[in-house]
Design a protein around this ligand. Sequence first.
Ligand code: SF4
Length: 62
Amino acid sequence: MKTKVDPDLCISCAVCTNMAPDLYVMNDDGVAEAIVDTVPADMEDLARESAEECPADAIINE
Ligand code: SF4
């Protein structure tokens, strides 16, 4: 699974960076970004849950 954040949709709420700090961080532009390209297998559930919890549907997993 790959994960990324659409910076145009992110509203900087920090839900994902709090839920999954090993997958997402707030960048210098004040929006979240993924710090991994390919999600480690043991973190795929966390990536899915982060996408579900993101209020802006800004997290794209594929
Ligand atoms: S949960 Fe969604 S809107 Fe909130 S910081 Fe993360 S990507 Fe942005």
